[in-house]
Design a protein around this ligand. Structure first.
Ligand code: ADP
Ligand code: MG
Length: 227
């Protein structure tokens, strides 16, 4: 199954005199866990920013799921199923862990003021469904006991888990993970790898930037030769 889910061609971005990304090409196949490696400062995070349009590319094309996305704003790209995490996790510290999760589902009926008046039943049903699903995913990643704690009280590794769990909550086709193992203790790294493999078996593809070569190169972790 070598059907491309994401393909970027000739992506470039310079910051003043620095060519952070210079005519980069990348393909992520449907169902794969694809690794992106390179030294510090090589432009990996910038490439993620270009793929998700957090930074506008100087030039280049990005096709996701058969459609050009390089001109779409980041939230539209996420709505199409391409969701990212950040090298330094961005959780909303003053919301609870569960509330962070409940922000992820796209196109919630209750986001629209008029529908708040006329579709209360549907909104309640959706919120109930989202809450159950969020609690299930939090249980999967071992954060159930923290569901009602402020996200700001989590350790660095737990924040990474929450960011990943929140990405999964958005029901993505592809998740872009920027250094999921950086600054995380070895036991938790093992756990994070297991979650990624499990989510992959549920049909979610991954593009992972990682410095830790054990994470990206251990073939026993990622079966089926997919990594
Ligand atoms: N917003 C920015 N403004 C100026 N320079 C930047 C910016 N973002 C990244 N860079 C520079 O681009 C290069 C690539 O950075 P980055 O993509 O973060 O690398 P990596 O993630 O591979 O470590 C570095 O030299 C970095 O200093
Ligand atoms: Mg980086």
């Amino acid at each position: 199954m070598n059907k491309p889910l994401l393909s970027a061609s000739q992506l470039s971005k310079h910051f003043g005199g620095i060519r952070a990304v210079d005519r980069a090409n990348i393909v992520v196949n449907q169902g794969s866990i694809t690794g992106l490696i390179g030294p510090n400062g090589a432009g990996k995070s910038t490439l993620f920013n270009l793929l998700s349009n957090f930074i506008t590319p100087d030039s280049g094309k990005v096709i996701f799921d058969g459609k050009a996305i390089e001109k779409l704003p980041p939230h539209k790209i996420a709505q199409r199923g391409c969701v990212r995490t950040f090298q330094v996790p961005r959780v909303l510290s003053r919301l609870s862990v569960l509330e962070n999760m409940l922000l992820a589902p796209q196109r919630q009926t209750g986001e629209n003021l008029i529908q708040v008046w006329f579709k209360q039943g549907q909104i309640n049903k959706e919120e109930h469904f989202n809450r159950e699903r969020a609690l299930e995913i939090l249980a999967d990643v071992g954060l159930s006991a923290k569901a009602n704690d402020y996200a700001g009280s989590l350790s660095g590794g737990q924040r990474k888990l929450l960011e990943m769990a929140r990405a999964i909550m958005a029901q993505p086709k592809l998740v872009l993970l920027d250094e999921p193992a950086a600054g995380v203790n070895p036991a938790l790294i093992e756990e994070i790898c297991e979650h990624i493999v499990n989510w992959n078996h549920q049909g979610i593809s991954f593009l992972i930037i990682e410095h830790n070569m054990d994470v990206v190169c251990d073939p026993s972790r990622f079966r089926d030769g997919k990594a």
